[in-house]
Ligand binder design. Structure first.
Ligand SMILES: [Zn+2]
Length: 371
């Protein structure tokens, strides 16, 4: 799968700043070290075009960010000091989500390989507290809102859904799409947590302080299938925040690392079972133990790769990288792993090189034509 990163654009922060800037590089390095992704899966995105940013953000806000002329209180709400690198990194991160989105809907960025495009990732992003005219909570521009809006503008999709599992409400995203029926906003978040003035998403599911795996996963399972079946998005933007973790400094919930991985698996499986491409972004994560954050984010990518790996056991599905010009298997409506060969290990020729785990046992009846 293709993953886009911008951690080489490091914005200068004061010592002891609470934003864990290093986590992004550590996530990328561990994904490579543990062969979850291959070096050729990783790409530095182009910075998002200024005009594309203005599809969502007010021109005056974009200009003030670009020039470093935001009023001091607006810059403080963002939480980062202004620097040219803050601007560059913010544009690259939006560019990463847009590149991942184009990849999964069938318009991959130049130089990227075309795999069966059911999932692609931004190894940062999920900056959901950015509004049209301002940023806050370490969010300058709203990457998911820009990517979804650009795809809609370009006619690449007709509908999108945002599945926001960061522990904080996706307030900026909710506000941006309040009057946009083509984008369904679904946020699961802590009731008592930041932002303290919540916006109204199309669906908000809230949790009391201390809620754990069972409560969270039950709520996710109760609502996500209905969102996907009712809205029928052409693409899902998944914000896989690491901050519902019990060890998070800002999260106030009680999910375990295993529980968060189950969350990821449920989201990916629910989308895949319906043939919906997924763009995954990392979003927040503030545990004092940066290793825990990195593990949670890497698990998300592991599960994403597992979704692609499962493509391998669809009879006849060959990763398109091995067949130039092949139609991606995600284009087969309803294609799911075949029940005819439960647990079958695909041949090397049909197994995605980056899929380091055995394909998931086939649990759903195959509805693909002819199988
Ligand atoms: Zn968060």
């Amino acid at each position: 799968m293709n993953a886009f990163y911008s951690d080489t654009f490091v914005l200068p922060l004061p010592e002891h700043h609470r934003f864990p800037m290093a986590k992004y590089r550590l996530v990328r390095e561990r994904l490579i070290a543990e062969a979850v992704l291959l070096p050729e899966d990783l790409h530095i995105p182009e910075p998002v075009d200024w005009n594309d940013l203005r599809v969502v953000h007010d021109a005056a806000y974009v200009e003030a960010v670009a020039n470093g002329t935001l009023p001091a209180d607006m810059q403080r709400r963002i939480g980062f000091p202004w620097s040219p690198m803050m601007v560059e990194r913010s544009r690259r991160s939006v560019g990463a989500t847009l590149a991942a989105a184009r990849d999964v809907v069938g318009a991959p960025a130049a130089g990227t390989r075309r795999m069966a495009p059911s999932v692609a990732a931004n190894l940062a992003g999920g900056t959901h507290h950015a509004f049209r005219d301002r940023g806050e909570g370490f969010c300058v521009f709203n990457d998911v809102a820009v990517a979804a809006s650009v795809l809609l503008r370009d006619g690449a999709i007709a509908r999108a859904a945002v599945v926001d599992c960061d522990v904080h409400q996706g307030n900026g995203t909710a506000a941006i799409f309040r009057d946009e029926p083509a984008v369904f906003t679904f946020s699961l978040h802590g009731e008592k947590n930041f932002p303290f003035r919540k916006e109204v998403s199309d669906l908000d599911v809230t949790f009391a302080d201390g809620a754990g795996d069972d409560e969270y996963l039950t709520a996710l399972a109760a609502h996500l299938p209905g969102v996907l079946d009712t809205h029928r998005p052409d693409v899902v933007f998944y914000l896989a925040g690491a901050d519902p973790y019990e060890g998070d400094r800002l999260g106030r919930l009680g999910l375990t690392i295993d529980g968060l991985r189950s969350r990821d698996r449920f989201v990916f499986d629910a989308c895949r079972a319906r043939g919906i491409p997924i763009v995954v972004t990392m979003s927040g994560g503030y545990a004092p133990d940066v290793n825990a954050i990195v593990t949670i984010h890497c698990n998300t990518i592991r599960e994403a790769v597992r979704v692609l790996g499962a493509e391998c056991c669809v009879p006849g599905a060959v990763p398109s990288a091995t067949v130039p010009g092949a139609v991606p298997s995600a284009a087969v409506p309803g294609a799911v792993p075949s029940a005819a060969a439960p647990g079958a290990v695909p041949s090397a020729a049909t197994h995605h090189a980056a899929c380091t785990q055995p394909p998931a046992p086939c649990t759903a009846p195959c509805t693909a034509p002819g199988t």
